[in-house]
Design a protein around this ligand. Structure first.
Ligand SMILES: Nc1ncnc2c1ncn2[C@@H]1O[C@H](COP(=O)(O)OP(=O)(O)OP(=O)(O)O)[C@@H](O)[C@H]1O
Ligand SMILES: [Mg+2]
Length: 341
């Protein structure tokens, strides 16, 4: 770590150490020249004083040699420390470069994985949208077959029963009673078929519009469950696809309330803002921890995909004991796209 810090400031460290080495060199040169000059002066003074010349010149040569040795030592030491520092910094810089390269590789890998996650998420969203559309198409086809074919069969059976009854007029009371039971069963079958068809494909949506369809849904929920539903529904501009999403969201929210909430009151609202439409379902039930959804629950997850596929947003606000609010915002449709709603 210290090495890398040093390497990060290498120009300054180099400059400082060079200055210190040069300083040492200069001081050593200066003291060498001063000491040599003083020594020469002493030798000269000694010669002038008439003392024997031989001894002093031998000592002065020794001292000169010692001074020179010291000078060479200091210069060598300065150069060696400079060289060691240069090598040390080179190594440290190489280490730093290696670390930067590893960081770059890690970042590149992270970017690649991030891009892959984004791509996979987009693919999954597209797949979920496709599956939802296919499911809705399949429900439409099933509803049409049930309505046309099963409806025709049941109606024809009812006509036959009516004809038989007219033939049996004044006949066996037991046969008449059985026939009446048969007609009753056929009527129940027709009512059941109508309910299934309506559940598969809310025909009221196209025929009456979103507001009356949601009111019918709310009434059909309130009656059997005994939960009061307060509706505040304004007519809005939504494309047919978004209307179906809004309908399915309210349907799923009401089913969840019946299944999980133990609520006594429900508030259903729909309002149009500038360029967007908000649909909200709120209940005063048990609520739940939104961060701990069960893994096997697909209702809200599926709704989120459907809403996002229509470029909307879904918010789930809830806490244990505080009821639940499911709020969806969808973009409003251009005037030409609008279905009655
Ligand atoms: N209005 C609500 N009141 C209380 N709990 C709720 C409410 N709505 C949802 N929950 C909780 O959130 C969970 C997830 O709901 P979600 O609709 O996704 O799944 P589910 O209803 O359990 O199963 P399904 O896949 O059949 O819809 C539920 O299991 C329930 O615990
Ligand atoms: Mg559910």
């Amino acid at each position: 770590m210290l090495r890398l810090k040093l390497a990060g400031r290498s120009p300054w460290v180099m400059a400082l150490v060079c200055a210190a080495a040069l300083g040492m060199l200069l001081i050593s040169e200066f003291s060498y020249w001063r000491s040599s000059a003083a020594l020469d002066k002493l030798v000269a003074e000694h010669a002038l004083s008439g003392a024997p010349h031989q001894d002093i010149s031998a000592d002065s040569a020794d001292l000169h040699a010692t001074l020179m040795l010291g000078r060479i030592g200091v210069a060598g030491l300065s150069l060696a420390s400079l060289l060691a520092l240069v090598m040390y910094l080179r190594q440290t810089l190489a280490l730093k470069r290696r670390q930067q390269e590893v960081q770059r590789l890690i970042q590149a890998e992270r970017d690649r994985l991030g891009a892959e996650v984004v791509q996979r998420t987009a693919q999954l969203t597209e797949l979920a949208h496709h599956l939802q559309t296919a499911r809705e198409d399949e429900r439409h086809r099933l509803a049409r077959d049930l309505h046309d074919e099963l409806g025709a069969l049941l109606t024809s059976a009812k006509l036959d029963a009516a004809r038989i009854r007219s033939r049996l007029a004044g006949g066996s009371p037991e046969a008449l009673e059985r026939l009446a039971h048969l007609v009753q069963t056929l009527n129940s079958g027709i009512a059941l078929k109508r309910r299934i068809v309506e559940d598969l494909r809310p025909s009221a949506l196209a025929a009456l519009g979103l507001v009356p369809t949601l009111e019918i849904l709310a009434n059909e929920f309130a009656e059997p469950s005994g939960i009061a539903v307060h509706c505040a529904l304004k007519a809005v501009n939504l494309s047919p696809a978004s209307q179906l999403v809004a309908y399915r969201l309210v349907q799923e929210s009401l089913t969840n309330i019946a299944k999980h909430a133990k609520a006594t009151q429900v508030w259903l609202s729909m309002t149009g803002h500038e360029g967007s439409v908000e649909v909200a379902v709120r209940d005063d039930g048990s609520g739940f921890d939104t961060a701990a959804l069960p893994r096997s629950a697909y209702g809200l997850v599926g709704m989120r995909y459907r809403v996002e596929a229509e470029h909307g947003t879904l918010a789930v606000e809830s806490a244990p004991g505080l009821g639940t609010l499911i709020r969806m915002t969808l973009p409003a449709a251009a005037a030409t796209e609008t279905a009655p709603g």
